[in-house]
Design a protein around this ligand. Structure first.
Ligand SMILES: Nc1ncnc2c1ncn2[C@@H]1O[C@H](COP(=O)(O)OP(=O)(O)OP(=O)(O)O)[C@@H](O)[C@H]1O
Ligand SMILES: NC(=O)c1ccc[n+]([C@@H]2O[C@H](COP(=O)(O)O)[C@@H](O)[C@H]2O)c1
Length: 186
């Protein structure tokens, strides 16, 4: 006897969106945008870009640390997601295939990065270009600058991200790698 497979997924198309950033660190601009995206789809596939990079002034945190930031921030909000670290490739022309080979299937891409938008559009995948939230403060560069100057950065990130950065002593790491970078380049 054939038993029908009725796990609730078989007849239903789950709509998924793909959203990529470096998340150095994950901030309230990313968080607000992901909350909006989650209104339009069942699940959000989050690409953690430049996954191979860490311990640099522009990229202080490892892929695993960025996974922690996103998981804890989004589980507090109950958003269904997969955060997948994705290394950069030397070849833009095959980058979309690389992304597709590493992620759960998705139907639409959300991005404001012109190269990301172009590469996905050229592959025939629909792209949404959402507006930015409070870009003056909600930006990775601004947050890293404030960390280096001991200015307020905690108001720009979800609570869970503060806990992760404290746990890994992230501000001192950023200061130390920025100093070494300066010494190296002087
Ligand atoms: N304030 C924001 N509101 C909405 N989207 C944002 C905001 N800041 C960044 N994004 C989007 O998030 C994606 C990933 O951005 P990324 O992780 O590089 O953040 P960033 O703040 O731009 O970082 P950095 O300043 O370090 O380059 C991009 O598509 C970017 O347009
Ligand atoms: N060829 C490639 O490896 C390639 C192409 C386009 C974007 N990316 C990555 O996608 C991410 C885009 O995020 P940002 O919008 O934060 O720049 C970055 O990590 C970037 O390096 C990589």
């Amino acid at each position: 006897m054939n038993v029908a497979f009725t796990d609730g997924l078989s007849n239903m198309h789950m709509r998924r969106a793909f959203y990529i950033g470096r998340f150095q660190p994950f901030h309230l601009g990313h968080y607000s945008l992901i909350k909006d995206i989650a209104q339009d789809v069942n699940e959000v596939v989050i690409g953690i870009g430049s996954a191979q990079k860490s311990h640099e002034p522009k990229n202080p945190f490892t892929a695993g640390e960025r996974v922690m930031m996103i998981k804890h921030a989004l589980e507090d909000a109950g958003i269904k997601h997969y955060a997948i670290p994705l290394e950069d490739l030397q070849r833009n022309a095959v980058w979309v295939s690389h992304i597709i080979s590493m992620t759960p299937p998705f139907d639409v891409v959300y991005s404001n990065n012109p190269l990301v938008v172009r590469l996905f559009q050229e592959s025939g995948i629909p792209v949404e270009q959402p507006p930015m939230y409070q870009r003056e403060g909600y930006s990775g560069s601004e947050i890293r600058k404030r960390m280096l100057k001991d200015e307020d950065w905690k108001s720009l990130v979800p609570r869970a991200v503060i806990d992760v950065i404290d746990e890994i002593d992230g501000v001192n790491r950023l200061k130390s790698v920025s100093q070494s970078d300066k010494d190296y380049n002087d």
